[in-house]
Design a protein around this ligand. Sequence first.
Ligand SMILES: C=C(O[C@@H]1C=C(C(=O)O)C=C[C@H]1O)C(=O)O
Length: 102
Amino acid sequence: QSTFPSSTMNPLESNRKKIDSLDQQLIELLGQRELIVKEIGIYKAKNHIPPLQAARFQQVLDRNIAAGKKHDLSPDFVTEVFNAIHKESLRKEEEIKSGHSG
Ligand SMILES: C=C(O[C@@H]1C=C(C(=O)O)C=C[C@H]1O)C(=O)O
């Protein structure tokens, strides 16, 4: 096994640090996104607009599949991620609509 200067981390350790930092950013961004979804949910509930907007979600999906390709992310992967995000958005908006959002 190769050794590294004691002052520096080995590549596994340093790359895991990078992943931890990126994961933290992902969670923060998802939290920010869901806060906006909440605002939209409140607006929709007040104005009798249904949570599910299929055409809008298709646009979101298409745009992110295209963006993902530039970062070597497969369309299947981007679709799975955004379907999961969308499912959570709808759960939140339905919760707000039913008046059980606190
Ligand atoms: C946030 C909205 O509500 C839903 C959630 C969406 C999303 O998470 O991107 C998109 C469309 C809607 O099904 C919206 O209508 O914009």
